[in-house]
Write a protein that binds this ligand. Structure first.
Ligand code: GAR
Length: 193
C-alpha cells in the first residue's frame, strides 16, 4: 500500500505506545509507521519492532548530537512526522528545524506540572503521588528545544486515588495513552487538530 504520510516513532523503553500506534495505523489508508528509532540497543521496543515487522534502527548519543546521521536517515525515508513515545533525550536543533510542528511528544502527566529534565516514566508518577494530587493525566504536545514545553495539543485526565501506587497510576496513564495517542496523531497529520 502506498501511504501518503510517513511516521517515525522514537522510543527508549518498553514500546507499548509504539506498538499501539503501529497497530492502529496498520489498516489505515493514509498513514504508515515507517520506522522505529531508538537510542537504547537493548530496549524492548526493539523486539516489538521486530514482532511488528517495522524497521528499527539504533543511533548513539554521538549520532544524535554531533552528526546529521539521524536527520539524513529520516530524509532518506521521506519521513513527515516524528513521534516521541517514551523517548528520553532532548531533540537536537537539526531535527527541530527540519520538522517544524512535526515532532510530537507524549508526557505522562498534566503539563506544565511534573515536566522537565529527569521527569519521565515512574519518576513522574512517584512525584504525583508524593504531592497527594487527586488528578493526573497525559499531555500530547509539539516538541521544541526545551523538555516538555512545546504547545499542548491534547490533554486527558484520570483520578489519582489514595490507594494508587506508581505502578497502578502508570497503568491508568498507559490506558489513556493507548486510547488517545494514535487518534490525536491521526488528527494532527490530517490537519484536523
Ligand atoms: C509513557 O508513559 C510516556 O508517556 C513516557 O514514557 C512512557 C513510555 O511507555 N514518556 C515520558 O516520560 C517522557 N518524558 P512505552 O515505552 O510503554 O510506550
Amino acid at each position: 500500500m502506498n501511504k501518503n504520510t510517513r511516521i517515525a516513532i522514537f522510543g527508549s523503553g518498553n514500546g507499548t505506545n509504539a506498538q499501539r500506534i503501529t497497530e492502529f495505523f496498520a489498516d489505515k489508508p493514509d498513514v504508515e509507521v515507517n520506522t522505529i528509532v531508538t537510542n537504547k540497543k537493548d530496549a524492548y521496543i526493539v523486539q516489538r519492532a521486530k514482532n511488528l515487522g517495522v524497521d528499527c534502527i539504533y543511533f548513539s548519543r554521538h549520532d544524535f548530537f554531533e552528526t546529521d546521521n539521524v536527520l539524513n536517515y529520516l530524509k532518506q525515508r521521506n519521513i513527515d512526522y516524528v513521534i516521541l513515545a517514551g523517548f528520553l533525550w532532548l531533540v537536537p536543533q537539526n531535527l527541530l528545524s527540519a520538522f517544524p510542528k512535526r515532532i510530537i511528544n507524549i508526557h505522562p502527566a498534566l503539563l506544565p506540572k511534573y515536566g522537565g529534565k529527569g521527569m519521565y516514566g515512574e519518576r513522574v508518577h512517584e512525584a504525583v503521588i508524593a504531592n497527594h494530587e487527586t488528578k493526573s493525566g497525559i499531555t500530547i504536545h509539539f516538541v521544541d528545544e526545551h523538555y516538555d514545553r512545546g504547545t499542548t495539543i491534547f490533554q486527558a485526565t484520570c483520578d489519582v486515588t489514595p490507594d494508587d501506587t506508581p505502578d497502578t497510576l502508570a497503568q491508568k496513564i498507559h490506558k489513556l495513552e493507548h486510547e488517545h495517542f494514535p487518534v490525536v496523531i491521526e488528527k494532527v497529520v490530517s490537519g484536523r487538530m
